[in-house]
Unconditional design. Structure first.
Length: 95
């Protein structure tokens, strides 16, 4: 079994109440593998990458990157930092 580099468990995320982007999404990303993310426009691919890149905070669940060695990090970015990072990149959520 390959060492995991990133683990996502039970991820929920929405920009607006009642409009979920992700619900109870989980995945593991082993070392030395490549993962493709495909789908129609506007279905959450970029949002998922922002979550996995720790630029957005999920509303529920956890995303854990493995630090060098064997320790798991628990990273919880602030919501205000998440919004300002996306705003600087010109991203505006669809309403």
């Amino acid at each position: 079994m390959s060492e995991l580099l990133l683990e996502a468990r039970g991820i929920h995320f929405s920009y607006a109440r009642g409009l979920p982007i992700l619900e109870n999404w989980s995945a593991e990303f082993p070392a030395g593998t490549m993962t493709a993310l495909t789908g129609p426009s506007g279905k959450g691919k970029s949002t998922l990458l922002y979550l996995l890149g720790l630029m957005l905070q999920p509303t529920a669940g956890s995303i854990r990157p493995r630090r060098s060695g064997s320790a798991w990090a628990t990273h919880r970015p602030s919501a205000s930092r998440s919004r300002s990072t996306l705003a600087r990149k010109g991203y505006r959520p669809r309403t």
